[in-house]
Design a binder for this molecule. Sequence first.
Ligand code: ZN
Length: 142
Amino acid sequence: MAPRTHDSARGDSAVRRREYAHFEHKLRQRWDALRQEMRETLLRAQNEGYADIAGRVSDLEDQSLADLLVDVNLAEVTRDVGEIRDIERALRRMALGTYGTCVSCGQPIERERLEVYPTANRCASCQRAYEHDHVTTPTPRL
Ligand SMILES: [Zn+2]
């Protein structure tokens, strides 16, 4: 058991540092699943002219793998890479101790929200406002 410390000034409902491990586990599990998905995508890509790249995948560090996939720019992996980046950012916020705090309003992100979206960096209401302001894709009408 780690001794109780007073270095956290966050509110009672905030995700505390001692709870980070729970979310870190979720993030790393998701990371592993995504990485596996991307490797499989690259193996398929091998048949489409990416043999050289696919052959190098097993030697790469995770970070380089993500960068490589951005370079390859396969439409299929672009979404996965985006999610990997989100996971990396979430892990970085954990290292900084700001994980679980909304980047927009500074309030704690709802715990239930983090359970469903461990990469969330905004509370639910700020996220709604953000999406309202930033969604530029026109809604298809039929
Ligand atoms: Zn907020």
